[in-house]
Design a protein around this ligand. Sequence first.
Ligand code: FEO
Length: 165
Amino acid sequence: MFSEAVQEAMNEQIKNEIYSAYIYLSMSAHFEAVNLSGFAHWMRLQSEEELEHAMKFFHYINDRGGRVELRAIDQPPVEWGTPVEIFETALAHEQKVSAMINNLYEIALKEKDYPSQVMLLWYIDEQVEEEKNAAEIVETLKMFDERDTAVLLLDRQLAERSEEE
Ligand code: FEO
């Protein structure tokens, strides 16, 4: 039996994942505007990944015979600051998303919705990766001054991110 409370929380999470996609796409636009195309590329792929996270919930709700409800997405900020500030914001955002996923898992536990518990394990794992990726970039950026060529080197490195990462 698909729990109503889980369905409600998953519909809310579809919105949160699409908002994450929006944030990262806005960060990508910012990096394009300041000619850091590697950072822009990384953020664009991150945005696409968030849409995939949203679609996983979309398909799951349908598979369980539930009803998907799409909700209003807030406008993300337009201006974002320095690269290190942006990746710190991304890390803080991912920590918030991890808390949301953990909360969703708690609801599935309380509702004794076992298939949803299994499904959510994928997201719990994924959040470890999401936080790790953002934290590593923050640490690398912090090792150097913003004007340092390291920013440009990292920009080039991030340009090599592939679809699977
Ligand atoms: Fe969908 Fe970045 O968590």
